[in-house]
Design a protein around this ligand. Structure first.
Ligand code: MN
Ligand code: MN
Length: 371
């Protein structure tokens, strides 16, 4: 274990927050808890939530100003969407699958696995509170019944039993068969032409190395996506190489295992290095502070745009984590690729290494080591 106490001049923001620190808000049918910039001030561009839906439990019909990215961790869910042209979409997602609900597009989610569903949500605004959504129950319960009657062309008695306030999550009957509901949703207007879900559980890894794999899910393979995501699996001891993302902040969710994450904030000559337990992330800020922190399943990590970082699996089982970016296309810059494709003389002089070393750097982007 290494530990150097922080110099008085350090201004290191927390870039980790465990979901386990937050008590869930419980409903009959499920629960939710969220990490916004209130809890994790560095996370200005992405807010996240964990949501549990019992079998039959429904996250009610709603929409929000932000786009929503979802990743199923456990179980199975049925999602519904209606696009801006009134075309319906219904599909089922399993563990490892993804969805994207664009900003303002209404949707619902229902747990349908034998034990419901458990998933994470990401929103492209760090201040977004998942409780600040526009829900069907909230709107109709605050609209005069004669207006509802006029709107739908029915007697106002139709609305005698509507909810008196926001519902959020409720226990529902299991849905009808998928094909039936898809046909129902497609009546008159046709079915929504774009898929709002992506079977990322079935895709082949984008990157396969001896040390692990990466699946990249973004607009290149999931056309509706407002987000880019990487699902990273690192074998024990493997390293997600030193890199940064030039186009977006990175929101991380640790699904399984332990990691050491190094995040470079860099103040010259000062390294703040925590290594307690077996997982680390390190992040590089560029003004002389490096902070290295342990992560485990259920933790959220955050790396602002272009800050250098690496993730090492310091546990004894595979580490699985999500990197989520509030941008449609995935981009990263590898330190090794940078050094490998810059003339070796200037690199060796700059780094005080040797041209032999520089020439030996893999010309192909490693992404994960061992290669
Ligand atoms: Mn939503
Ligand atoms: Mn990264």
């Amino acid at each position: 274990m290494k530990f150097f106490s922080s110099p008085a001049t350090d201004k290191i923001e927390t870039y980790k927050y465990p979901f386990s620190f937050i008590a869930p808000t419980k409903y009959v049918g499920g629960w939710v808890r969220q990490i916004t910039a209130t809890k994790l001030p560095v996370a200005t561009k992405v807010a996240g939530a964990q949501m549990r839906l019992d079998r039959g439990g429904v996250r009610e019909l709603h929409w929000h100003v932000e786009a929503e990215w979802g990743y199923m961790l456990y179980g199975e869910a049925r999602v519904t969407v209606v696009d801006e042209q009134g075309r319906g979409y219904v599909n089922d997602v399993k563990a490892g699958d993804t969805w994207d609900f664009p900003a303002g597009i209404p949707h619902s989610i229902q747990g349908i696995g034998h034990d419901g569903a458990f998933f994470i949500l990401g929103f492209n605004d760090g201040n977004f509170n998942p409780f600040d959504t526009f829900t069907v129950s909230d709107w109709i319960s605050h609209t005069p019944k004669d207006i509802l009657a006029k709107n739908f062309g029915v007697p106002s008695s139709t609305f005698d039993n509507i909810p008196s306030k926001l519902v959020y999550i409720f226990p529902g009957e299991m849905p009808r068969p998928l094909q039936f509901e898809q046909n129902y949703a497609a009546q008159t207007t046709g079915y929504a032409p774009q898929s709002y879900t992506f079977s990322s559980s079935k895709m082949k890894p984008t990157v396969t190395r001896n040390g692990g794999t990466v699946k990249i899910i973004d607009r290149s393979n999931f056309p509706v996506s407002d987000f880019a995501a990487a699902i990273v699996t690192l074998k024990p001891g493997a390293l997600r190489e030193l890199h940064w993302h030039p186009n977006a902040d990175e929101w991380q969710y640790y699904i399984q295992g332990r990691a050491l994450v190094n995040y470079c904030i860099i103040l010259p000559y000062r390294n703040l290095y925590f290594h307690l337990g077996s997982a680390t992330m390190g992040m590089f800020n560029g003004t002389g502070i490096t902070i290295t922190t342990n992560f485990q399943a259920g933790d959220v990590g955050y790396v602002p745009k272009s800050k250098g970082h690496y993730v090492e699996n310091t546990g004894d089982v595979d580490l699985v984590f999500v990197e989520l970016f509030p941008t449609p296309l995935y981009e990263d810059v590898s330190l090794a690729s940078w050094l490998a494709h810059t003339p070796s003389r200037v690199v060796s002089e700059n780094t005080k290494t040797s041209e032999k070393f520089v020439a030996s750097i893999n010309k192909k982007k490693a992404v994960i080591q061992p290669f």
